[in-house]
Every structure is written in structure tokens, then in C-alpha cells.
Design a protein around this ligand. Structure first.
Ligand SMILES: NC(=O)c1ccc[n+]([C@@H]2O[C@H](COP(=O)([O-])OP(=O)(O)OC[C@H]3O[C@@H](n4cnc5c(N)ncnc54)[C@H](OP(=O)(O)O)[C@@H]3O)[C@@H](O)[C@H]2O)c1
Length: 304
């Protein structure tokens, strides 16, 4: 039997096409999920072109749906449970998922919102945690209009931090004050106040500027690099009182963190902004909108 999926095809316009692939066979610690929603991440666009996901393989990391086969080892959720997961090969009608990679979705949260949480939400939560977030800290979030950025702004504000959100234009800053940002800035020019934590998804000259604003003891978490530009540190920029620039990647089981995020979203304590939603037949359109910085928050694909 086969299922439909979005697979990598370097000759296709967005390097992705809908194709029939083998129905997955779950391992002993995996459930089989009938996927109804997926979310598109900036990383997926890179993965489709970089060779990290090979030609013919299923793309995607975020999927949500209903368990149609429980794990053979007795772990994880029962048949009929609504779940959200961070898993490779997420963009398929049916996906076999490790029980440690998923969380049950509370009744009050719809799957279109839940599916926005895995990559972007876990990256925001874990990078803030790694930076040692606490009350009275000043946190700068770059690329704040995007998926990781909007969640980072909200989670930092919830923790009692003073939050500075940096965006590309006034229009891109819409909704960030309501999300908890104390200041919304275009770029970083004009920012003089020292910051304790930087969650950076832009890289390039903004990363250098953010480093220069960092207080002694502070931490920059390098989460992404959407600018695609080089970061050139002037001589002696890294000499002085100790502060750190740390690389970041999501590793290991995310189930527990996903459960925290789904609970917050279900309670209304974490808002999921959906800037683009449509059928996965329209993948090229979604991909263009994300690359051209026209999506506020998350792009959601419905798996028809
Ligand atoms: N390390 C990890 O585990 C991990 C996890 C998640 C994401 N990431 C990475 O984090 C980055 C952000 O991911 P995302 O899903 O939040 O992406 P996103 O939703 O597309 O948001 C990225 C934001 O970056 C800004 N941006 C885009 N192109 C830019 C450019 N050329 N120059 C300056 N700013 C630009 C945009 O804001 P404005 O239009 O307002 O400027 C956009 O809102 C990506 O590089 C992604 O690969 C890494």
C-alpha cells in the first residue's frame, strides 16, 4: 500500500513534489499517525535544497493527526488519540513516530494550531532555557516576526523578562507588543540598552550587532541564519569580560517540551499566529511566502 507525501525533487520549482511513497511500518516504540496537518519551517526550505534530505525522501518535521495504530511495546498513546510530533519525514498522509517525539493534544487546542509548535516552539523554549532566562533579564529576539521569534517573545515575557523584538519593517512588527514585547524595533540600529540574552535567528551583521549589545555574563543563542550573510566581527570584539555565543540545535526527545507548549497553547497562555494556511497542494505558494518574509508566525499545510 502507498500513501501520498511531499518528497524532495531538485527539478521541481520549490524542490518538492507530491508523490506516492510506501506506507510506513512502525517499529516497536512507534505509533502510526494519520496526519491531517503539517507546518512548514524555514529549515524545510533549506533541507529541500541542501541535500540534507535526499532526493525522493519525505520532507518535513512538524505533523499532527490521530493515532491509528498504537506502539507494539505498549508505550505511548492509544488509537484515536490526537497527537503532535517533531519527526523526520513529517509531510506524509501516514507517519510512523517515536513515542518520545510526540505529545497528546489537549481538547481545547485544534490541530492546525498544535502543529505550529514542534520545531519553532521547542527551539524558542530550549534556547531561552539554555541562555539561563529569568525575571529581570533583558532579552533580545531577532527575526521576531517569524515562527521561532513569536514564540520566543511570548515565552520570555511570560518568564518576566524585558523583551526587545527586532523585525525587518514596521508591518512585520504587528502583534508583537500584544504578544509581550516591551519594545519593537526595526533592525538593531538605535538600540543602546545592554541585553542579557539574545535569541538570534537572523545571523550576519545583526548577530555581530547583537554581540556588541551583550552584557558581561550574557549569552547569544545562535538558533538560525535567515539573512544568509556573513558575520564579520571587528578586531577585539570577542576580547573582554566573559560572555558567550552558543550554537543551538534541537536534539533528543521533545515529547516533554511539546507537552508543556501544547498545554500553554490550550490555556491561551501561548498564542499561535497563523500567517498562511492552505492545502499541501499549494506547497510552492507557502514556500514562496515564507522565503519572501510574507508569513507572520507560522505557515500551516492541511493534508487533504
Ligand atoms: N537550530 C535549530 O534547531 C532551529 C530550530 C528552528 C529554526 N531554526 C532556524 O531559525 C531560523 C528562523 O526559523 P523560523 O522557522 O522562525 O523562520 P521564519 O518563520 O521564516 O522567520 C524568520 C524571520 O527572520 C527574518 N528574516 C528572513 N529573512 C531575512 C533576511 N534576509 N534578513 C533579515 N531577516 C530575515 C524575518 O523577519 P522580518 O521579515 O521581520 O525581517 C522572518 O520573520 C531559520 O534559519 C531556521 O532554519 C533553527
Amino acid at each position: 500500500m502507498s500513501v501520498r507525501a511531499l518528497v524532495v525533487d531538485p527539478t521541481a520549482p520549490a524542490a518538492v513534489r507530491l508523490a506516492a511513497v510506501c506506507d510506513p511500518t512502525p517499529g516497536p516504540g512507534q505509533v502510526l499517525v494519520a496526519v491531517s496537518h503539517a507546518s512548514l519551517n524555514y529549515g524545510d526550505l533549506n533541507d529541500a535544497r541542501s541535500g540534507r534530505v535526499p532526493e525522493g525522501a519525505v520532507l518535513g518535521s512538524d505533523s499532527a493527526g490521530v493515532v491509528v495504530q498504537a506502539a507494539a511495546d505498549g508505550s505511548g498513546p492509544a488509537v484515536g488519540t490526537r497527537v503532535v510530533a517533531l519527526t523526520s519525514g513529517a509531510f506524509a498522509e501516514r507517519v510512523a513516530i517515536d513515542v518520545g517525539a510526540l505529545a497528546e493534544v489537549p481538547k481545547a487546542l485544534d490541530l492546525a494550531r498544535a502543529v505550529a509548535l514542534p520545531v519553532a516552539g521547542v527551539a524558542a523554549l530550549r534556547s531561552l532555557r539554555a541562555a539561563g532566562l529569568g525575571p529581570d533579564k533583558t532579552v533580545l529576539v531577532t527575526g521576531a516576526s517569524g515562527g521561532v521569534g513569536r514564540f520566543a517573545v511570548q515565552l520570555a515575557a511570560r518568564a518576566g523578562a524585558h523583551v526587545i523584538a527586532s523585525v525587518g519593517s514596521a508591518a512585520r512588527g504587528k502583534g508583537l507588543a500584544e504578544a509581550g514585547a516591551d519594545d519593537v524595533l526595526i533592525g538593531l540600529e538605535g538600540l543602546r540598552r545592554p541585553v542579557d540574552v539574545v535569541i538570534d535567528s537572523v545571523g550576519g551583521p545583526q548577530l555581530v550587532a547583537a554581540w556588541n549589545l551583550l552584557s558581561p555574563g550574557g549569552s547569544v543563542q545562535s538558533v538560525g541564519w535567515t539573512s544568509g550573510e556573513a558575520a564579520v566581527f571587528p578586531p577585539y570584539a570577542t576580547v573582554g569580560p566573559a560572555k558567550s555565543l552558543t550554537s543551538f540545535v534541537i536534539e533528543g526527545d521533545v515529547g516533554a517540551d511539546l507537552a508543556v507548549l501544547t498545554e500553554l497553547a490550550a490555556e491561551g497562555a501561548l498564542t499561535v499566529e497563523i500567517g498562511w494556511q492552505g492545502s499541501w497542494d499549494r506547497f510552492n505558494e507557502a514556500s514562496r511566502a515564507l522565503r519572501e518574509r510574507r508569513v507572520s508566525g507560522k505557515a500551516i499545510l492541511t493534508v487533504a
